[in-house]
Design a protein around this ligand. Structure first.
Ligand SMILES: Cc1cc2nc3c(=O)[nH]c(=O)nc-3n(C[C@H](O)[C@H](O)[C@H](O)COP(=O)(O)OP(=O)(O)OC[C@H]3O[C@@H](n4cnc5c(N)ncnc54)[C@H](O)[C@@H]3O)c2cc1C
Length: 439
């Protein structure tokens, strides 16, 4: 029986472990929880979603939805589990995070081919190993990897959004509605008047923030305080201009207030966090404000005057490698070819993308996969990790990655991207739930 070590029972690590184990490999899965936790991990079980509970859109006419559809052709293991644990979120796949984590952990714990080792992995040896220790990899694993990495690995920060208790929301102001009334009214909306909106923007600008230097990291030479655009803290967006929020995360279009029958000046949306529907996430409110300030400032949002905060937002470290520089095309380290890198550490961004790199690496190692069609998101994400580029940044699933199609109508263009990609991946793989690919 072939053997493999997997470091990290997060999203990529669990996808890898289940695939290899089902393919009859003997898997040793290392996880440092519950002995040691990163700044963002809180629960002892595996595949923990540390921030939003949404795995984004299911529609193949979106980047994330198309990647999911492609992953099903490749035999993904975690998405069907996520679907079993889903909570209503329109066209998005949102999950009850505790249930999802418990279900994945149960599948792994019961698998006869997986041995779980509850230890922090600290030393690189000559065994076949995949490092999937994530964006919050422990210092010791980064130390262990350092001798094999040149000095140019990158580094950045993210911020997470607060969660409030539903029963503390004031429904004399807030209302249920989905944008343009599309799908079920799964979101709670908090409508701002003009005065309330500018008072909120001013408060964000004046509020006390955490200092970035607390989180400086000693490992990488290129240390910059930079935000990944789709996780930019709300106070940073407010700082960019008084209208920025109103045309971005607080845009009111399609969210007419049923109480006044008018479009509010701005709207904050709240998304369901759990199956009991009693916890709601403030969409787009990732923040690095101090906790006391969060309570004060977010309570200025109409409807949240007495909000009870179940979780505050926070700032956190996010580590990834300059993959084109340090990885071979099969995602092994150029300087240590028995060691492979998966998940967010490899330079993708997002839950689904991290799962995907776990799935991809299984096919590379087990099925000797050499390439994927270039008209697919999966093929292009892989290519992103191994193509030399000046300013390498983590990448998420999006249509901008695909070779362009000359179609004017936006809707038809997206449909054509999806059709072309799915035909190509189907021609290469077919739909095989066992992940056994014929090449
Ligand atoms: C705070 C934060 C918020 C994020 N929010 C979102 C979001 O809302 N939506 C989104 O799509 N993406 C988000 N991301 C990005 C990313 O998609 C997730 O972090 C994702 O979980 C990454 O998957 P992974 O498998 O690479 O790592 P993880 O899921 O983090 O798994 C890594 C595992 O390795 C373990 N580990 C670490 N070091 C060691 C060691 N030395 N030995 C043994 N075990 C170790 C950890 O305990 C953890 O269980 C966020 C990232 C961060 C840091």
């Amino acid at each position: 029986m072939k053997k493999i070590k997997i470091v990290g029972a997060g999203l990529a690590g669990c996808e890898l472990a289940l695939n290899f184990a089902d393919a009859n490999w003997q898997v040793e899965l290392y996880e440092m929880k519950p002995h040691k936790y990163s700044e963002a991990h809180k629960i002892p079980t595996f595949a923990e979603l540390v921030c939003s509970n949404s795995l984004k859109s299911q529609l193949p006419t979106t980047g994330s939805g198309l990647l999911k559809a492609e992953m099903r052709h490749l035999g993904v293991k975690l998405l069907p589990i996520a679907e079993e644990c889903s909570v209503p979120a329109g066209n998005a796949l949102a999950v009850d995070r505790d249930r999802f984590s418990q279900e994945v952990t149960a599948k792994i714990t019961c698998h006869p081919n997986i041995t779980i080792i509850n230890e922090e992995y600290k030393k690189i040896d000559d065994d076949l190993t995949v490092i999937a220790s994530g964006p919050l990899s422990s210092d010791n694993i980064i130390d262990a990897l350092s001798p094999y990495l040149p000095e140019t690995s990158l580094y950045f920060f993210d911020a997470i959004a607060p969660i409030v208790e539903k029963d503390s929301i004031n429904f004399d102001r807030a209302f249920y509605k989905s944008r343009y009334d599309k799908g079920d009214a799964d979101y709670i909306n908090c409508p701002f008047t003009k005065e309330e909106y500018y008072a909120f923007v001013d408060a964000l600008n004046d509020a006390e923030k955490h200092q970035a230097k607390e989180f400086e990291n000693k490992y990488f030479s290129d240390i910059k305080f930079k935000f990944y655009e789709n996780c930019t803290p709300i106070e940073e967006l407010a700082r960019r201009g008084k209208e920025t929020l109103r045309f971005g995360v607080l845009r009111p279009v399609g969210l007419e207030d049923p109480i006044t029958d008018r479009r509010p000046y701005a709207v904050l949306q709240l998304r369901i966090e759990n199956t009991s529907h009693n916890a709601y996430n403030l969409v787009g409110c990732q923040t690095m404000l101090k906790y006391g300030e969060q309570k004060r400032v977010f309570r200025l949002i109409p409807g949240l005057e007495n909000a009870n905060f179940l979780r505050y937002g926070s700032i956190h470290r996010n580590t990834y490698l300059n993959s084109p520089q340090v990885l071979n095309p099969d995602l092994s380290l150029k300087n240590k070819a028995n060691v492979y890198i998966a998940g967010q550490l490899s330079g993708v961004e997002g839950y689904v993308e991290s799962i995907y790199i776990g799935l991809l690496l299984f096919h590379i190692i087990h099925n000797n996969l050499k390439s994927l069609p270039n008209v697919t998101i999966s093929g292009q994400l892989w290519s992103h990790l191994i193509t030399e580029q000046k300013n390498f940044q983590p990448m998420n699933a999006n249509f901008g990655l695909l070779p362009p199609l000359d179609i004017r109508d936006k809707k038809k263009k997206k449909e054509a991207y999806a059709e072309r990609a799915l035909q190509a991946i189907q021609a290469s793989f077919g739909l095989n739930p066992n992940g056994a690919v014929e090449l």
